[in-house]
Structure formats: C-alpha cells, structure tokens
Ligand binder design. Structure first.
Ligand SMILES: NC(=O)C1=CN([C@@H]2O[C@H](COP(=O)(O)OP(=O)(O)OC[C@H]3O[C@@H](n4cnc5c(N)ncnc54)[C@H](OP(=O)(O)O)[C@@H]3O)[C@@H](O)[C@H]2O)C=CC1
Ligand SMILES: O=C(O)CCC(=O)C(=O)O
Length: 411
C-alpha cells in the first residue's frame, strides 16, 4: 500500500473512533494546496537539467503550515501528500500552533555539486516564494537537506520579501537557527523512548538497539542512546551495515563516517548485510531512513519488542497488523519524531521574539513537550481502548477537527 493510502487509512480509522462528521472528515483529508513546479538547473558543465519540485500544504486550521523539504530520488506527489498530512497530525500531537506541509525535489543530492545544490534550491525558492512565509508555511530540513539548504532558501526568499529569518527553521545558528535544533529529532526520539520504556518498567541502560539510517536523526539518536548506556548493536546507511553484539562505539563510528563517508570498514564492528538490519536481534528497533521499510515481507521476522518510528511512515499497514499480533509495541512517527518540529517551533518563536534561548532551556522544553504528548496519547489509548498509533492519531485529528469547527470551516 502506498504512503498516502496508508496515511488516509489511519486517518479514517481515527475519524471513526472519534465519530467525526463526514463533512469534517472530507475537509480534513483534502489538502489545502498542492504545488508542483519545474526547476531547471544549469549544471556546472553548462547543460540544463529539469527537476520537479513539490510543496503540499495540507492544513492550516491550527496555525501556519510546517514541514520539511526532502531531496531524494523517490520524492513523488503521493509520498509528499502523505508526509504533509502526517505533519498536520504531528504538530497537533505535539500541541504546537501549526498545521502541516511537506515538500521536496526528486533528485539525488549526492550526484550534485554544492554549487548545483545551491542553484537548484534557489530556483525552487523562486517558484514557491509567494506561497510560503512566516505566518503561512515554514519549511525545514528533511532527508537530503540541512541547515545550509535552509540558509539558501532564507536568502532567496529575503530578496523578494525582505530579511525574514523565521521563514525557515533548522537554519545555521549564525542566521538565527536555534541551539539544539540539529540534534532535536534524535533527542526527541530518545525522550520518547524513555517515556515508553518507563511505562514498561525498563530504561535505556543495558537494552540493545538496532538503527536503520545514520544521517541527522539516526546518528543523533545513536549517540544519545550510547551516552545513556544503551547498547547500539547494529547500524545501517545506504552504503551498508555494521554490527557488534557488545555495543558499537558510536562516537568512533561517527568519526569514521565523517572521515570516509561510509559505515563499511569500521574497525570496531563487523560488516553485515544491510537488508538484515530490521530483523537483527535487539530489544528496540529504530528506523531512521525511508518510509515503508517494514512490510509484509519482513515484519514476521522482526526480533525487537519495541519499534520507535524515527523515520516518517516506516511501517506499512500490513506490517503494523503482523507486528501488533506478535506483541511488538510500536511508538508511531507522528509522536516519536516530533522533537524536530517542536524545536523548529522554538526556533520560530525565538526569531519572532528576537531573543535566543540557551541550549539547556531548549532541551528542557523539548523534554517537557515530548513527555506531555506521551501522556496525552496514553490518555486517548485509555479512553478509546486503542494502540499507540491510534492514540496519537485520535489525539492529533481531534485537535485539528476542533480548530476547524471553531473557525467555522466544516460546512
Ligand atoms: N531531520 C529531521 O529533523 C527530521 C527527519 N525525520 C525523518 O527521519 C528520517 C531520516 O531523516 P534525516 O536523518 O533528516 O535524513 P538524512 O538525509 O540526514 O539521513 C538519512 C539516512 O538514511 C540513510 N539511508 C537512505 N536510504 C537508506 C536505505 N535504503 N537503507 C539504510 N539507510 C538508508 C542515509 O544513508 P547515507 O548516509 O549513506 O546517505 C542516511 O544515513 C526521514 O524519514 C525523515 O523524514 C522526521 C522528523 C524530523
Ligand atoms: O522541523 C520541521 O518543521 C519539520 C520536520 C519534519 O519535516 C518532520 O517532522 O517530518
């Protein structure tokens, strides 16, 4: 099942549990605006190449739309639609005053030089600058993009609208980025994991973790788990995977990846087949890369007792059913990875206030938001006798439905 069909299915299930009116259900499903633009890139060798850029603005009942920009060859309209919708429920679960959006360009960033990436980002921004803004739609990094990408968007946007640091989040600190934003998604994953494990009378220390993806989210999550005494026993990226049943030295692995660009040939661990990462022996599995990686083919072989969805939509509905039957507890994406957008909100607030918080305050507030959201989700699970995914969906959908009806939009 594709990402959009799966997301719509989860939404409809939540809507049924909440007893939403069919008019409101329809209005929440249909995106506010879908943007598709051609981005022509003059390559370094003088040739021209066309890429397709997307921005889907799903909903703004609770505030400006918010969500990342992804550069990846598999970016397509269905996936961007699903990711934009997930952002709407995620910001509502975190209880931050935003709606949801997502964007991306179907490209392979590693095949482009830095100056090509800059030109492509500027062309994309020229095409969408009138449709984003501090109070309308605020982009941020996602797969394949980073603080530098946000700096280019900010600069290009500011040529049309005047200097506007709050138009993007996840910026470099020197341009008004928030301390703690780079680590925030991984840190939020760790706070979410702590909240879940505490419910089960467990803690990170001594448990074993397998992590798929070692980019921004995966490497920060691994590093913070390692710092808390968790044993990261397997890690993968696009180049391969490594394992060590005694626990991998994550600081050394990060240094190795920075130096060589890959996980392979790391001294402190053995090479393994990256396809086996998701079914590796561990207590906690954390997918931190692409969507749909847990599916009918591999779900039955998963050994972990807990899955923390740091990636967006890593578990398709077939896998969800199989894993639930096996007794695996799944902490859903719209909560587990909400730390990134939560600190994006803090960054936007700091930009608007013209005042910078210290990192300790950012991390403390992040923990407070993540812990509060976990208890709110558990409350919904209790009231509706449902699992954590439906607890999170009903929490988010209910908040957006209330705002929609208070604004008189349901007719
Ligand atoms: N950045 C953020 O703040 C947020 C991100 N997310 C989600 O987290 C996930 C990761 O995002 P982020 O860390 O920012 O992205 P990055 O681009 O920083 O990292 C992605 C990682 O995934 C690896 N990867 C790609 N394809 C595969 C594959 N087939 N198998 C194994 N690893 C693979 C990449 O490998 P390599 O390093 O070799 O390229 C890289 O390590 C995405 O689903 C994203 O939507 C969710 C909330 C916020
Ligand atoms: O920080 C943000 O605004 C968005 C992060 C994001 O894209 C996500 O949570 O999936």
């Amino acid at each position: 099942m594709n990402a959009l069909a799966a997301t719509n299915r989860n939404f409809r299930q939540a809507s049924r549990i909440l007893g939403l009116d069919s008019k409101i259900e329809k209005s929440l499903l249909i995106p506010f605006r879908e943007i598709k633009v051609e981005c022509t890139l003059p390559k370094d060798d003088g040739t021209l190449v066309s890429y397709i850029g997307f921005r889907v603005q799903h909903d703004n009942a609770r505030g400006p739309m918010k969500g990342g920009i992804r550069y990846h060859p598999e970016v397509d309209p269905d996936e961007v639609n699903a990711l934009a919708q997930l952002m709407t429920w995620k910001t509502a679960v975190a209880d931050i005053p935003y709606g949801g959006a997502k964007g991306g360009i179907g490209c392979t960033p590693k095949d482009l030089s830095t100056s090509e990436l800059e030109r492509l980002t500027r062309v994309f921004t020229q095409k969408i600058h009138d449709l984003i803004g501090v109070n309308t739609d605020v982009p941020a990094p996602d797969m394949g993009t980073n603080a530098q990408t946000m700096a280019w968007i900010l600069d290009e946007y500011s040529k049309f609208h005047g200097y506007s640091p709050a138009v993007v989040t996840g910026k470099p600190i020197d341009l008004g980025g928030s301390l703690g934003r780079e680590a925030a998604t991984g840190r939020g994953v760790v706070y979410a994991t702590e909240a879940l494990l505490a419910e089960h009378g467990k803690s990170i220390k001594g448990l074993t973790f397998a992590i798929q993806g070692f980019g921004n989210v995966g490497s920060w999550a691994a590093s913070l788990l390692h710092e808390r005494g968790g044993k990261v026993v397997a890690v993968s990226d696009i180049t391969g995977a490594v394992k060590n049943s005694n626990g991998i030295d994550i600081t050394a692995l990060i240094q190795h990846k920075e130096a060589t660009g890959k996980l392979a040939d790391f001294n402190g661990a053995d090479a393994m087949d990256a396809n086996d990462l998701l079914t590796h022996e561990c207590d906690v599995l954390i997918p931190c890369a692409l969507g749909g990686v847990l599916n009918r083919e591999n779900a039955g072989d998963v050994k972990a007792k807990f899955i923390i969805e740091a990636a967006n939509h890593p578990t398709d509905p077939d896998a969800d059913e199989i894993l639930t039957k096996k007794g695996v507890t799944i902490l859903p994406d719209i909560y587990a990875n909400a730390g990134g957008v939560t600190v994006s909100y803090f960054e936007w607030v700091q930009n608007i206030q013209g005042f910078m918080w210290d990192e300790e305050k950012v991390n403390q507030e992040l923990k407070r938001y993540m812990t509060r959201a976990f208890h709110n989700i558990k409350g919904m699970c209790h009231s509706h006798n449902c699992n954590l995914r439906m607890g999170a969906f009903t929490l988010g959908v209910n908040r957006v439905a209330r705002a929609t009806s208070l604004r008189g939009w349901e007719a």
